[in-house]
Write a protein that binds this ligand. Structure first.
Ligand SMILES: Cc1cc2nc3c(=O)[nH]c(=O)nc-3n(C[C@H](O)[C@H](O)[C@H](O)COP(=O)(O)O)c2cc1C
Length: 290
C-alpha cells in the first residue's frame, strides 16, 4: 500500500483513507485518524451521514474515496486501490487481497471493485463533480468534472447500507416491493432479476444452497481462508478495518488466538446449514441476478 503523495497523484485504500485522515481529511474521517481507534468511535464515524463533497482537491477526492470504500466486497476484503489525480480517480484491483479458494477467478474481486466504482460515481454526481465510469483492462476510472449536483437517495444511504447475517422479520414482500426490486436491478438494461418468494421455490433453493454450503465447508482450505478473514473481537475489527466481524453474525467475541483455534470446531456444516435454513425461511424471498 502506498501512502505518500507523488506529484498530484496518490494511491490510497479504505484502510488508509482513515489513517491518512490526520493529514488531510476532515469530518468523520478525521475522527478515525489513529490506528488504535475504539470500535464504537470508528463505527460511528464510518456511519456519519453522507454529505455532498465541497472541499477543494485533494481533500475532495479523499472524501469521494471514503464513500467508495464503504462499498460491499467479498469477505469484506476491500480489494481496491485508488489512484487520485485532479480530473480522474482510478480504481485498480489489489491482488494481495484475493481469496483464491472461494474466488479462484477473481470474479468477486472485480464485482467488489465495481461496487466501489458505483459508490464513487454516486458520490461524485451528488457533489456536482461528474462521475462517469470507464473501464480499461483491469482498471476502472471515474472522471471528475464540474457540473450540476444530482440529489440521490442512493448516495444518501451509502453510510447506512449493510449486509445482514441475522434472521429476517418473516414478512412477505408486497407486490410493490417486489416490483421496485426488479425495476432497480433491471434499470440499466444489462441485468435481469428473478424473484423466488413462493414456499416451494424457497424450499428447493434451501436444499441447493445447503448442498453447496456443505461442499464448501468440507474443504479445509475454504474454512482456513474464511477463518483468516474473520475478526473475532472489536479490537481486531477496529485495528484491521476489514474482514468479517464475528459479532455481526451473532457470535460471541473471543480473543483472536482462541477464536482462530475454535473456529474449525464450531463452524460446522450442520450449524451453518441450520442457520441458512432459518435465514431463508424468515426472509421475504431470494432474488437471482443474471
Ligand atoms: C462480490 C461479492 C460477493 C459476496 N459474497 C458473499 C457471500 O457469499 N456470503 C455472504 O454472506 N456475503 C457475501 N458478500 C457480502 C460481503 O461479505 C459484505 O459486503 C462485506 O462483509 C462488507 O459488509 P457490508 O456489505 O455490510 O458493508 C459478498 C459481497 C460481494 C461484493
Amino acid at each position: 500500500m502506498r501512502t505518500g503523495l507523488s506529484g498530484s497523484t496518490r494511491t490510497i485504500t479504505r484502510r488508509q483513507s482513515f489513517a491518512a485522515g490526520a493529514l488531510v481529511l476532515g469530518g468523520a474521517a478525521t475522527a478515525c485518524s489513529s490506528g488504535d481507534e475504539g470500535y464504537d468511535a470508528l463505527a460511528e464515524a464510518l456511519s456519519a451521514p453522507a454529505e455532498p463533497v465541497t472541499a477543494p482537491f485533494p481533500r475532495s477526492h479523499q472524501q469521494l474515496v471514503r464513500y467508495a470504500s464503504l462499498a460491499a466486497s467479498g469477505h469484506n476484503t476491500q480489494p481496491w486501490r485508488f489512484t487520485v489525480s485532479d480530473p480522474v480517480i482510478e480504481l485498480s484491483p489489489d491482488f494481495s487481497r484475493r481469496t483464491p479458494v472461494v474466488d479462484p477467478d477473481d470474479h468477486h474481486l472485480f464485482a467488489s471493485l465495481g461496487c466501489a466504482a458505483e459508490n464513487l460515481s454516486l458520490a461524485a454526481r451528488a457533489s456536482g463533480l461528474g462521475g462517469e465510469v470507464d473501464m480499461e483492462g483491469e482498471r476502472l476510472s471515474v472522471a471528475l468534472a464540474s457540473g450540476a449536483a444530482e440529489a440521490s437517495p442512493r448516495f444518501d444511504v451509502i453510510p447506512q447500507r449493510q449486509c445482514t447475517r441475522l434472521e429476517y422479520a418473516g414478512s412477505a414482500l408486497s407486490a410493490e416491493e417486489r416490483a421496485r426490486l426488479i425495476a432497480a436491478v433491471e434499470q440499466g438494461g444489462q441485468v435481469s432479476a428473478t424473484v423466488f418468494d413462493g414456499a416451494a421455490d424457497k424450499t428447493r433453493l434451501t436444499e441447493l444452497i445447503i448442498q453447496g454450503n456443505s461442499a464448501q465447508i468440507a474443504d479445509p482450505a475454504f474454512v482456513r481462508e474464511l477463518r483468516d478473514w474473520i475478526r473475532f473481537n472489536e479490537a481486531e475489527a477496529a485495528r484491521l478495518r476489514d474482514g468479517l466481524f464475528a459479532a455481526s453474525s451473532g457470535n460471541p467475541q473471543l480473543p483472536g488466538w482462541l477464536g482462530r483455534r475454535l473456529f474449525g470446531l464450531v463452524f460446522t456444516a450442520d450449524a451453518e446449514n441450520a442457520k441458512i435454513a432459518r435465514q431463508i425461511e424468515s426472509s421475504g424471498g431470494l432474488i437471482a441476478l443474471m
